[in-house]
Ligand binder design. Structure first.
Ligand code: MN3
Length: 243
């Protein structure tokens, strides 16, 4: 429900609840004041997926993609919108939230991270993708890790050894150097007040069980192996070159 339909629905609420609404929404609704047309819609919403749920088969299965996007990602967004209401985070972009959030705001940390990470993830996978990066990124990967295969090994190792739920990242640090890291839960390298290894991510992989359990069950390494067939290197190269 967005703010507009929420406000329309207040007619159905009890008088006691009604009295709380202006305070919750930060609006003055006394004397039946009508919602102005210029009311700013500040809520985050689910971004479009650029491909069909079944288009990453056989590597990522249709049902996992559908549930992951339409249920898990959608839930982070709903909870984020709730958590930022009437806080300074309400006016921030999604990137600013990552940068400013601290461990004092667990709901914003977890759901803001969840929204950012999944939005980022959907873009770095694609149908008919995989293969190897080219250009400057390929060169940097080779210089940093020794070879593309050595990079893949190190990235996979970080994913396999992440205990519980989390993410693996390829990022660029402030000295413009590539590095691999893994973060717990929905943290990410942009969370400068939370994580130790800070940087701008260019590639991410969700290693939560919800990302693979239906198809791969307990075999996380097989899922990580399959990931290389759907990596959208064109997007990762673009992210790298735009830094
Ligand atoms: Mn996920």
């Amino acid at each position: 429900m967005n703010k507009r339909t929420f406000l329309k629905s207040i007619g159905f609420l009890t008088a006691a609840t009604f009295l709380q609404i202006p305070k919750i929404m930060g609006l003055n609704l006394e004397n039946n004041e009508i919602l102005p047309e210029t009311f700013k819609e500040t809520e985050f919403s689910l971004p479009n997926l650029d491909y069909a749920y079944d288009s990453l088969e056989p590597y990522f299965d249709k049902m996992t993609m559908e549930i992951h996007y339409s249920k898990h990602h959608a839930a982070y967004i709903k909870n984020l919108n709730e958590a930022i209401k009437n806080t300074p985070f309400e006016k921030m972009t999604l990137e600013e939230i990552q940068n400013k959030v601290t461990d004092k705001f667990p709901a914003i940390r977890n759901n803001g991270g969840g929204h950012y990470n999944h939005t980022f993830f959907w873009k770095n996978i694609a149908p008919n993708a995989g293969g190897e990066p080219t250009g400057k990124l390929a060169e940097n990967i080779k210089n940093t890790f020794g070879s593309f295969d050595k990079f893949k090994e190190q990235f996979a190792q970080a994913g396999k050894t992440r205990f519980g739920s989390g993410w693996v990242w390829l990022s660029v640090n402030k000295n413009k150097k590539l590095f691999i890291s893994s973060t717990a839960n929905q943290d990410n390298p942009l969370m400068t007040k939370i994580v130790n290894e800070k940087g701008t991510p260019i590639l991410g992989l969700d290693v939560w069980e919800h990302a693979y359990y239906l198809k791969y069950q307990n075999k996380r390494p097989d899922f990580i192996n399959a990931f290389w067939n759907v990596v959208n290197w064109k997007e990762v190269e673009k992210r790298f070159e735009n830094l």
